[in-house]
Design a protein around this ligand. Structure first.
Ligand SMILES: [Fe+2]
Ligand SMILES: [Fe+2]
Length: 370
């Protein structure tokens, strides 16, 4: 896939910046330790001068402090030594995401904005630790413990995912080992975006409603995954995808507060929220959310669940995944509120799961109205 893209290599940050002034680049990958100008400065400068270019860090463990100095401006960090295949896949995926959005009117707005949240520091630190082969759950818990609200979030999610244990988990390291690192990454991101976007989006009832809605979709998606006897990892993915599924709405509301509040208010059927978003922004909240999560390198099942939660048939999986759980949970909760487009039966038919709908409907009563 990379073959169709052109690559250029530079021996200093200055020459890279000079070239970027002449030609538009989709993706930029930089080391941290360089003569004259550090990788951190290059990342920050690129963000300022070329916000539409995706910025990746490829660096060694010793550069941790430097990375932390610019992580707010980078989209993803990869540790050295890096498997060339992983590097190729990451760059190809980033370029692909970039080009997908280039075809929409939204891209014009998004690339000019520096309000779009960058990768959270805590998240980058967790990903960095995960890239070390001898990382322990205790190490991850140590990072999480830097943020008290995050620690509470981890314990809450683990206890809701695994209440079948017969006891309450109170040790973050143990909770993380149950949840798995993919879920932990998703949880950190959800926590960050809700915190980051809150002051920007302004309208408190919108934020509270979205938070409540996301928590309910997450709980129901987790119950559905458990009812289908999914393993812990997939149950965790369903829970975290539920928390993140409408994150694109939060981002749109934060970036375009006035326009989005109008889009959000006009709820007259038969035009769905997604169609109204396309009319105004050129993309749906599902696409915007999936784009950002993909850019940050979240696990594929979570990115797919977020991107396709309103149109699951567009995915090509033929089995129960986090997407199934989130799509059904969202549709059932919206139906209860007299909204939404309902369950996609062609999708459930293709999975041969339509007969399970009454079982999932029964789970609705277990999801508290907060
Ligand atoms: Fe939703
Ligand atoms: Fe949605």
């Amino acid at each position: 896939m990379l073959g169709v893209w052109e690559m250029e290599f530079f021996d200093s940050a200055k020459s890279a910046l000079n070239r970027m002034a002449e030609v538009r680049f989709d993706v930029m990958v930089t080391d941290m330790q360089m003569p004259e100008m550090t990788g951190a400065d290059l990342i920050n400068e690129t963000r300022r001068l070329h916000p539409g270019t995706i910025r990746l860090i490829l660096s060694g463990h010793a550069d941790r402090d430097l990375i932390m100095a610019c992580v707010g401006s980078a989209h993803q960090c990869l540790a050295k030594p890096c498997d060339p295949e992983l590097l190729k896949a990451t760059v190809a995926r980033a370029a692909c995401l970039q080009r997908t959005l280039q075809n929409t009117a939204l891209n014009e707005h998004l690339t000019r904005l520096d309000r779009l949240p960058s990768v959270p520091t805590l998240y980058a630190e967790i990903v960095q630790r995960l890239q070390s082969p001898d990382v322990t759950m205790g190490d991850l818990a140590e990072v999480v413990a830097k943020d008290a609200a995050m620690t509470v979030g981890v314990l809450k999610l683990a206890n809701s995912a695994f209440f079948g244990l017969g006891r309450t988990l109170s040790d973050p390291a143990e909770a993380i080992s149950y949840l798995g690192s993919d879920v932990l990454q998703g949880l950190v991101v959800s926590h960050h975006i809700f915190q980051y976007c809150t002051p920007l989006a302004g309208d408190e009832s919108f934020l509270d409603n979205l938070m409540t809605h996301s928590t309910r979709v997450s709980s129901l998606a987790g119950l559905i995954a458990r009812a289908e006897r999914m393993p812990n990892v997939q149950t965790g993915e369903a829970l975290v995808s539920g928390l993140l599924h409408d994150i694109g709405r939060l981002i749109l509301a934060a970036v375009y507060p006035k326009a989005y509040s109008l889009v959000n208010q006009r709820r007259e059927p038969p035009i769905s929220l997604g169609s109204r978003e396309v009319q105004v922004f050129g993309a749906t909240h599902a696409e915007v959310g999936g784009y950002l999560l993909g850019l940050w390198g979240l696990p594929d099942p979570v990115v797919d669940a977020v991107t396709l939660h309103h149109h699951p048939v567009a995915g090509n999986t033929m089995e129960f995944t986090a997407l199934t759980a989130v799509h059904v949970a969202e549709a059932l909760l919206e139906k209860e509120a007299g909204e939404g487009e309902g369950i996609s039966f062609p999708y459930l038919d293709s999975l041969e799961l339509t007969h399970r709908v009454p079982v999932w409907e029964d789970l609705l009563s277990s999801v508290a109205v907060a």
